[in-house]
Design a protein. Structure first.
Length: 620
């Protein structure tokens, strides 16, 4: 009976992923440049090693590194933390980009017949021919690996390129260990099948260029293949049970060949291979596939951090934990230059802003988040017509934000973006005496109708121009200038608070668009969320008035705190507990009171009044 393997899955059935991946993704979405630098520091060597292993070129590998991390920066929504680890995602992206480069260059080498003729000319030419055939087989395997189903591909990248053990693969992917082993077995077995079917492929002689320890391993495997199938051990055999766990060991072969098995598995697998010729042959077949995946396309030490020895297979001595004489070299010469080049390219691809005061930072983050989400539509322009909220599609939602930001922009002296480029823009409906809600609604309808007459690229550019214009104003960087009060949307607040309100609405609508497109938008950064909660509490307290029965509102989460709302002259009548993001969504019109209450005590009428008043503030 196979030993019990710990299942790394929480009781609610939802896989747990490294919190740092979720946090990195969150910071990348909201445009924190330092998050990109940290991702490069953590995974740059892995990405370069994967690319170098496929292309065999240091220059090509460096170009792939730039492409991969710029993709992460400009399209952070392409990585979904709930569907795997950032390490695996970057490795797979690097592998895909490197395979594309090799496919583009595949027509350049000489004809196969030339290599065969050269192989007859002498030992040196024969070795060159073998290398050429190996390079062709390796490209085929890397192409096949890039086409594997995602679960198998993730497991292979973590074990083969990132140097993870089978148990570490399971933990990182949030799956049971036996499932990780099974994915490795299925993936590597399929790749070995492709290699076996490749015409003219001759496996390398595993006795060449091996350490004594590796040669001994090879002899053991070859001996098992040359001997007939051993008879089952007797009942008193101390080395093995009667069944020898044939099926269980067969499932472990891929992890063992990759060097990703656990220490206790090694002796068990070796013992089984000595008595089972089919498994020994399968181990060598899998090992040949790993050799070609693991061996750089050109001579030289591998750059892989965390690689391990391939069991009994030539060409893998650089893997971590390898046999005697194993070499592991990490190229560091141009790391600082490459990092600087990446960060410079990142600033060009996704421009930031000058020094911002704390009140403008949430708006900058919300703008960065929405801009990155809209970047996803560059390759799928039809998605601009996706229904989002109210009767708006993506373009209409963005047009609404143009109209919503316009009031603050004009108050601070910016020209309306709907009138630039020689266009007169939408005609304004004169409602001098109407309520601000009606005036704002009418202006939104005007701008949405107008923007639908223009290409989506122009709508996006109008929004970006206005948003970045607001962030470039002196009021965005100076707390004193932003302290002046002004009336917008019926609220007399400091300019600084109006920046926070623009950030809150932008985040709410980014979330609307993300939900419509199937791209979950992470919560705001903690410091931004604190601004949202603090301002919403002040507006809510003003709306309740000084005569309302006092309620202690406790907000949980990263922006947590306690506030007493209502009258100061009475004892607290009720306590209400809400989660920070839910509270902001209630104020933003995306939650109803019945959906968000975490807990309450005391007067239910007083608590309900707080919830209903908060919901009534929604103008989004």
């Amino acid at each position: 009976m196979a030993p019990h393997i710990h299942e790394v899955v929480p009781v609610d059935g939802t896989p747990r992923y490294p919190p740092r991946d979720e946090e990195s993704h969150r910071r990348l979405v909201y445009g924190e440049e330092s998050a990109l630098g940290e991702a490069y520091d953590a995974f740059g060597a892995l990405v370069r090693a994967v690319a170098r292993r496929v292309t065999g070129s240091a220059h090509s590998a460096d170009e792939v590194v730039q492409e991969v991390f710029l993709r992460l920066w400009t399209c952070p929504y392409a990585f979904a933390p709930g569907h795997g680890s950032l390490r695996a995602w970057l490795s797979m992206l690097a592998h895909h980009r490197a395979v594309l480069r090799m496919r583009d260059a595949a027509g350049e080498p000489g004809e196969p017949g030339e290599s065969e003729e050269a192989g007859e000319a002498g030992e040196e030419a024969g070795e060159a021919g073998r290398r050429a055939r190996d390079a062709e087989a390796a490209l085929m395997l890397h192409s096949a690996l890039a086409e594997l189903p995602l679960p198998q591909r993730e497991a292979m990248h973590l074990a083969c390129f990132a140097g993870r053990t089978c148990r570490q693969v399971a933990v990182e992917l949030g799956i049971p260990e036996e499932i990780a082993a099974s994915r490795l077995r299925t993936a590597l077995g399929g790749l070995a099948d492709r290699l076996t079917a490749l015409p003219g492929h001759v496996p390398a002689d595993p006795r060449t260029s091996q350490s004594p320890q590796e040669s001994q391993e090879t002899q053991e495997l070859q001996g098992a293949q040359e001997l007939p199938q051993a008879s089952p051990p007797g009942p008193g055999d101390p080395e093995s049970s009667a069944e020898d766990d044939h099926q269980a060991v067969s499932e472990l072969l891929a992890a063992w060949v990759l060097g990703a098995g656990m220490p206790g598995d090694d002796a068990r697998v070796r013992r089984h291979l000595r008595s089972c010729a089919p498994c020994a042959a399968e181990a060598r077949r899998l090992g040949e596939a790993v050799r070609l995946l693991d061996e750089p396309a050109e001579s030289g030490a591998t750059e892989a951090k965390g690689a391990r020895q391939v069991k009994g297979v030539k060409g893998a001595g650089s893997r971590k934990g390898g046999g005697k004489g194993a070499v592991r070299t990490v190229r560091k010469g141009n790391t600082g230059v490459a990092r600087g080049r990446l960060m410079a390219a990142a600033r060009t691809a996704r421009p930031g802003h000058g020094p911002l005061a704390a009140h403008a930072a949430p708006y900058a983050g919300a703008v960065a988040s929405l801009d990155a989400l809209l970047h996803e539509l560059d390759t799928a322009p039809a998605l601009w017509g996706t229904p989002v909220v109210h009767d708006w599609d993506v373009q209409g939602t963005l047009a609404h934000l143009v109209a919503a930001d316009e009031a603050l922009a004009e108050r601070l002296g910016l020209a309306p973006v709907t009138m630039t480029g020689g266009s007169q823009g939408p005609a304004r409906v004169a409602m001098p005496g109407g309520p601000w809600e009606l005036r704002w609604s009418a202006r939104t309808e005007e701008v949405v109708a107008y923007e639908h007459t223009r290409p989506t690229a122009e709508t996006r550019e109008a929004w970006r121009t206005q948003a970045h214009g607001l962030l470039a104003l002196p009021e965005a960087g100076d707390e004193q200038l932003a302290a002046s009060p002004t009336v917008l949307m019926g609220l007399r607040l400091p300019v600084a608070d109006h920046y926070v309100l623009r950030a809150l609405e932008t985040w709410v609508h980014t979330r609307d668009i993300g939900r419509a497109l199937g791209r979950p938008v992470p919560p705001p950064l903690p410091t931004h969320l604190q601004r949202f909660v603090g301002l919403s509490i002040r507006i809510l307290d003003r709306a309740l008035g000084p005569t309302a029965r006092p309620v202690l509102l406790s907000v949980e989460g990263e922006a947590g705190g306690d506030w007493v709302l209502g009258s100061d002259a009475e004892p607290i009548a009720a306590e209400l507990v809400l989660e920070a993001v839910d509270f902001c969504l209630l104020v933003g019109g995306r939650r109803i009171p019945a959906e968000i209450a975490r807990g309450h005590a005391g007067d239910p009428v007083a608590s309900q009044r707080v919830l209903e008043t908060a919901a009534s503030l929604a103008w989004l």
